[in-house]
Design a protein around this ligand. Structure first.
Ligand code: ZN
Length: 430
């Protein structure tokens, strides 16, 4: 299988003291790299500065709300690992809420950080078309003989990638027009249960080139089956409750879009190693999953650790925000390094001033009806209303240029799409 796997030169056999807690695998992979290359940290810092500059430039570039199509590859060995559809639908909603700052605990962001908390304007939908153009629900199920997939610390390969190939008992990628998420039993290697692992985009400047040769076949996210969704019947199979909120994937997708841990993966340099993001305060280490709001490791800034950041290590209930610069980095990477994910996207008219008048929805929030006006001719336009998980909940045609849509929807966040002209705008039902 070796030729199928990405080789990341994780040669060192020295076992350092990884924390004996559940983790995403970046700690392990990066620690190996740091051991191997004395230049790693210094070079990383230079790259980080570059990355943030690029991201800041990108910040002015667009206000488009992007939708990322997701396919879950459910690779199961036992019936318990073959999670029901509603777990994946729920997970999609959590991702969209977190990336639109519509998460129910957004109000718990401390006041000192509220001004930097940001809406990433990225939404997620289950893929509706497979690579062959056939309709799909975005959930692929593959039974495997493998009782689990592990990240072998003694291998030069990322052995976890075996889950990404039919040939090695997994499921083949759908390619880079999708966010591929493999759901499987990640075996505990004795150093703590790994909950997830994601490759950042090839060419993302702040990863110091270590992930620049990731093959499309393995690109994406792997997640332990217990850590998907907030309604997972197997959530407690891993023996802990703090990861039952569905935010393992919020964190891993942050890596997938190029974000680092907020402490900059500072194995050796503590407070002086940075994540390349100016509006996350310095931190010496991960927050260790204990929701300690008094944590303030680095005294050279006047802020405590931002333990509520999705890119820290903390309990799902305590994390609730990305910062504006993290958002800028993710959007920059999505637009420039993962453009296939958003090709042919709808034009969003939420905040783009120049075309704001082209689609108006009112009242917003709405109750029993929604009135739509536009300076494009709405007559005979087809519309569709989608909920947070991307499901179509209503559709129809307009028969005049000022159209009214009757609503019979639960309170929540929805998107109205004009399917032919590919325009879309969000609204709220109260
Ligand atoms: Zn991580």
């Amino acid at each position: 299988m070796k030729r199928l796997l990405s080789t990341l030169c994780l040669m060192s056999l020295a076992l350092l003291n990884w924390a004996q807690h559940e983790t995403c695998a970046h700690d392990i992979v990066l620690q190996r790299m740091a051991e191997k290359s004395p230049q790693f940290m210094g070079a990383m810092q230079a790259q980080l500065a570059h990355s943030v500059k690029g991201a800041r430039a990108a910040q002015n570039k667009s206000n488009t709300v992007y939708q990322i199509p997701v396919v879950f590859h459910v690779v199961y060995n036992t019936p318990e690992q073959n999670l029901p559809d509603e777990v994946f639908e729920n997970q999609i909603e959590i991702l969209t809420q977190d990336y639109r700052r519509l998460n129910s605990n957004a109000s718990e962001t401390r006041a000192i950080f509220a001004n930097v908390a940001a809406d990433a304007e990225i939404e997620f939908v289950l893929a509706s078309t497979d690579p062959q153009g056939n309709p799909t629900n975005g959930i692929v199920r593959v039974e495997t003989e493998e009782t689990g997939f592990d990240l072998d610390l003694f291998s030069t390969d990322i052995t976890l990638d075996e889950v990404k190939f039919t040939e090695s008992g997994g499921a083949d990628s759908w390619g880079n027009e999708y966010l591929n998420i493999w759901v499987c039993n990640i075996e505990d290697t004795g150093f703590g249960q790994i909950l997830g692992f994601a490759y950042p985009p090839n060419g993302a400047a702040n990863w110091e080139g270590f992930f620049d040769f990731i093959d499309e076949d393995v690109d994406g996210v792997v997640v332990h089956y217990t850590a998907v969704g907030s309604n997972n019947p197997q959530a407690d199979d891993d023996g802990v409750a703090f990861n039952n909120g569905g935010r393992t994937l919020t964190h891993e997708v942050g890596h997938f879009l190029g974000l680092r841990h907020i402490w900059g993966d500072a194995f050796f340099n503590g407070c002086t190693t940075d994540d390349g993001i100016a509006d996350t305060p310095d931190a010496a280490n991960g927050a260790n999953y204990n929701c300690d709001f008094s944590l303030d490791e680095c005294t050279d800034d006047e802020l405590p650790n931002m333990i509520e950041n999705y890119m820290d290590y903390n309990q799902d209930d305590c994390i609730n925000m990305f910062t504006a610069e993290q958002v800028a980095v993710m959007r920059f990477n999505l637009e420039n390094l993962r453009p296939e994910l958003i090709d042919g996207q709808f034009v969003n008219v939420n905040e783009t001033v120049s075309i704001q008048n082209e689609l108006n929805l009112f009242p917003n929030p709405a109750r029993s009806f929604l009135r739509i006006s536009s300076n494009i001719n709405l007559k005979s336009q087809t519309y569709m209303i989608r909920d947070l998980s991307g499901r179509a909940v209503a559709q129809g045609n307009f028969d005049s240029s000022q159209a009214e849509v009757p609503l019979n929807l639960h309170a929540g966040y929805y998107v109205l799409e004009l399917t032919e002209v590919k325009m879309r705008k969000a609204f709220i039902v109260e």
